[in-house]
Each structure stands twice: as structure tokens, then as C-alpha cells.
Write a protein that binds this ligand. Structure first.
Ligand SMILES: Cc1cc2nc3c(=O)[nH]c(=O)nc-3n(C[C@H](O)[C@H](O)[C@H](O)COP(=O)(O)OP(=O)(O)OC[C@H]3O[C@@H](n4cnc5c(N)ncnc54)[C@H](O)[C@@H]3O)c2cc1C
Length: 410
């Protein structure tokens, strides 16, 4: 058994935990980051990086050169339930507005940035115990390691075992979306180039995606909001049906081949109601359910909540009583306008007519097409239409991420 001390223990080394660890270490804190997995490890995901995620990754010091599968996105093609297709161009620069990169590579690269910043990374160490006393917290790992610390950040995902340990989980909650993902190889030239989203009538309220990766591969899948006409069991049956639809098989091309079986995972979107702290622990990323209600994206949100948690701890170091409520207030004020805006749109997208009308409005002219793409890729806050104070000069014309690095992953 090894007993150690550090300023902050971070549980979970996905994007949320790495962002928190790197920011805390940069502020001069001693940080131990534990994860039950050994890296590189896969995470079931669409692998899509929005502009806001890319900006946070650049800020954290990630090099896109460390992601060999990364593919910049220039065009987003959206298909309505009746088959109307619209192409939305992302700005051609400066910088990047959308990238697809496998989580296997992205998360391992982030863990390496954390190590390089001085974070002690402990792999294959699951959270096993957590106790709070007035002076400190004690964290115990599944490998017998234990640590005395001032603050704990839990970034251990949708099912957050830490939430359960401190009794802060919502009984019966299984996420707001359920999504399937599969890697395929040898896709058509079009599927290697375009990011494709289809609001197919068979899966409303939900959508099919095909996101291009390097070397003729693509990440394909579909997500459905829970509580509507499809059960999770039915979703398994829907997958082969979807893949056999003529427009999908044509898009993927005659030679496409599954590279691995499909896998499914839930997506949590309850950031405006879920408690963000308990028993001296701050929850970040999927553990605080900040994913976008409309698209299910959560990497940018995980990075952002990690950064907010780190800054709150730095400001309130040693004062857990103040840090928790302050963090919750900051997370809610950051995400609630976007959440409300996305919830309104979700209502429209639940029905064929609504999805068709929304797409036609977005595709009205060049300006709406360009700005819809930027909005979809979280280049500026989703809630901008509801909260005028979110408008900033240059909100619709700022550069993308990594523009000082040449703006291209490879
Ligand atoms: C099918 C699907 C497609 C998606 N597509 C996209 C997309 O294209 N773009 C996007 O932005 N978002 C997407 N998302 C959402 C995105 O994957 C998540 O929001 C994001 O991974 C959250 O990051 P995180 O750091 O909070 O948690 P995670 O990435 O889940 O990381 C949690 C970490 O905690 C560790 N952990 C778990 N249990 C323990 C334990 N007991 N002890 C220690 N460590 C533990 C895990 O090993 C893991 O490394 C998708 C989700 C799904 C399900």
C-alpha cells in the first residue's frame, strides 16, 4: 500500500480530467490524475471536435501533430427526413473550425500533455474509497494506493463511480441520448471528405452520422433521444436497417467494411439541474452532464467544465465549502443559455416537418449556411439568440483554432 499527499486528486483522465489537471498543474498545484484504464484506450464517441473544443485543446497545449487520424472538416452535409440535402461550409480559415480525430489518439495525447506539465498520472487505478474530514479528503484506489488531498475533481464519465461513492447520483438516470458507434474502412471518396448528418425519419428524434477520418476510414453511428418511440433493444435492430438504406449505403460506397463491432453508450444532458459538487468533490465533464441537448456533443463541454473547476479550486484553495457552490454557479451560468436554446430546437427536430423547416431556414442563403455551420460547430455560444450579452464584437468572424500553428493537423 502506498500513501501519498498532493493538492488535488483528479479521477478520470478523459478530456474533462486532463483539462482540470493541466490547468491546476500550470497554476502550481501538485496533482495526481488516476484512471481505471491504461492509455491509449478507446471511448465510444463520434470523434467530432467542434471549434470550441479545438480552442480549448490549443489552449491546453495539445499538438494536432500527435493525432495521426485527425482530419479537418470543411463541409457539413445535413439531410432532412424527406431527403432534402443542404451543404454548410465551415470557414476556410484562418485556423480550424472542425476536426475529426479518434478518441484513442486524442485522449492518450492529452494524458501525455498532463504528464509533461508535471501531473502524476496513475493508470489502472480505479476509485475505490473517498472520505472527507474537516482538514482534508482521503482518496483510495483499486490498486491499494491512497492519497491525502485538499480537493477532488471527479471526471469519471457518465456513470461516475465517484458520484455513487458520495451518494450524489440520480437513481435510475441513464442519460438523455443513447448512441451507437462503429468504425468502418474503405469508404467512398465522398465519405472521406464530408461530414454527413441525416435526420432520418426512422430514428427521429435522433440522427445518423458519418464523420471522416484519415486513411479511408470513417466513424459512423446514430443517436436517439431516450423516452420516445424507440427502446434501447430496438436500437440494435435499427442499425442494420439504417445501413441498408440506399442513400446511406451509396454515401458510404460499395467497398466499405466494418472495422470493429458497433458499440453503444449514453449521453447525459442535465447540466442545469444536476448538482455539480458534493462532499468536497467537483464533478466535471459527463459526470456533471453538460453535453449538448441537440447534438450530444460533450468533448468541448468536458474540457470547459474541467477548466472552470481548476480555476475555481485555484482561487479557493483549501476552502472546499466555498469552492463547490461557486463552481456550480459558474457551470450553470456558462451552460444554461446554450442548454435552453438547444432544448427549444430539439422540440422542432423531433418531428419530420420541424426538422425539414429548420433545415430549409438554415439553408436559405450563403450567409445562413455559413453561420449555421459555425453555430453547429460551437464557434460561438449556442444560446446567443436568447442571451444578447453573449454577443461579442467579432462573434461571427473570429479565426478558428490553431491558426498560429498553420491551421492543419498534418
Ligand atoms: C456514441 C457517442 C458519440 C459521441 N460523439 C461525440 C462527438 O462527436 N463530439 C463530442 O464532442 N462529443 C461526443 N460524444 C460525447 C463525448 O464522448 C463525451 O461527452 C466526452 O467523452 C466526455 O468526456 P469526459 O472527460 O467527461 O468523460 P470520458 O471521456 O467518459 O472519460 C471518463 C474517464 O473516467 C475513467 N473512469 C471511469 N470509471 C473510473 C473509475 N472507477 N476510476 C477511475 N477512472 C474511471 C474512464 O476510464 C475514462 O477515461 C459522444 C458520445 C457518445 C456515447
Amino acid at each position: 500500500m502506498s500513501r501519498t499527499e498532493c493538492d488535488v486528486v483528479v479521477i478520470g483522465a478523459g478530456p474533462g480530467g486532463c483539462a482540470a489537471s493541466i490547468e491546476l498543474a500550470r497554476a502550481g498545484h501538485s496533482v495526481t490524475l488516476i484512471d481505471k484504464a491504461a492509455f491509449p484506450r478507446d471511448k465510444i464517441c463520434g470523434d467530432g471536435l467542434t471549434t470550441s473544443a479545438l480552442r480549448s485543446l490549443e489552449y491546453l497545449g495539445l499538438s494536432l501533430g500527435s493525432l495521426p487520424t485527425a482530419r479537418p472538416i470543411h463541409n457539413v452535409v445535413v439531410r432532412s427526413p424527406r431527403g432534402f440535402e443542404a451543404t454548410f461550409p465551415l470557414p476556410e480559415g484562418p485556423g480550424l473550425f472542425g476536426v475529426v480525430a479518434t478518441r484513442l489518439e486524442l485522449d492518450a495525447a492529452l494524458v501525455q500533455v498532463a504528464r509533461d506539465t508535471g501531473v502524476v498520472v496513475r493508470e489502472q487505478c480505479g476509485i475505490a474509497e473517498l472520505h472527507e474530514s474537516p482538514s482534508h479528503l482521503t482518496v483510495g484506489g483499486s490498486d491499494g494506493w491512497s492519497c491525502s488531498t485538499q480537493h477532488v475533481v471527479a471526471a469519471d464519465g457518465m456513470w461516475s463511480p465517484t458520484r455513487k461513492l458520495v451518494g450524489a447520483n440520480i437513481a435510475g438516470y441513464r442519460g438523455d441520448w443513447h448512441a451507437f458507434r462503429q468504425y468502418v474502412t474503405d469508404v467512398s471518396e465522398r465519405a472521406q471528405r464530408e461530414l454527413f448528418i441525416s435526420f432520418d425519419a426512422a430514428i427521429l428524434p435522433g440522427y445518423f452520422w458519418s464523420f471522416p477520418l484519415a486513411d479511408g476510414r470513417a466513424n459512423i453511428g446514430f443517436g436517439i433521444q431516450r423516452g420516445h418511440k424507440h427502446s434501447i433493444q430496438e436500437m440494435k435492430l435499427l442499425w442494420p436497417q439504417l445501413l441498408s438504406l440506399p442513400y446511406i449505403s451509396e454515401f458510404l460506397g460499395p467497398n466499405y467494411t466494418p472495422a470493429a463491432p458497433h458499440r453503444a453508450w449514453p449521453i447525459p444532458c442535465q447540466v442545469d439541474s444536476m448538482t455539480a459538487h458534493a462532499a468536497g468533490v467537483l464533478f466535471v465533464g459527463d459526470a456533471v452532464a453538460p453535453c449538448d441537448v441537440m447534438t450530444g456533443e460533450g468533448i468541448g463541454q468536458a474540457l470547459e467544465t474541467g477548466l472552470i473547476a481548476a480555476r475555481t479550486i485555484s482561487e479557493q484553495f483549501g476552502n472546499r465549502t466555498a469552492a463547490g457552490p461557486l463552481y456550480q454557479q459558474r457551470v450553470r451560468s456558462e451552460f444554461t443559455p446554450d442548454h435552453q436554446m438547444a432544448s427549444l430546437l430539439v422540440r422542432a427536430l423531433q418531428h419530420r416537418k420541424g426538422a425539414r423547416a429548420a433545415l430549409r431556414v438554415a439553408a436559405t442563403n450563403d450567409w445562413t449556411r455559413r453561420n449555421f455551420a459555425r453555430w453547429l460547430f460551437e464557434d460561438y455560444p449556442r444560446g446567443i439568440a436568447l442571451e444578447p450579452q453573449l454577443w461579442k464584437r467579432g462573434a461571427l468572424s473570429g479565426p478558428g483554432a490553431f491558426h498560429s500553428h498553420g491551421g492543419d493537423p498534418r
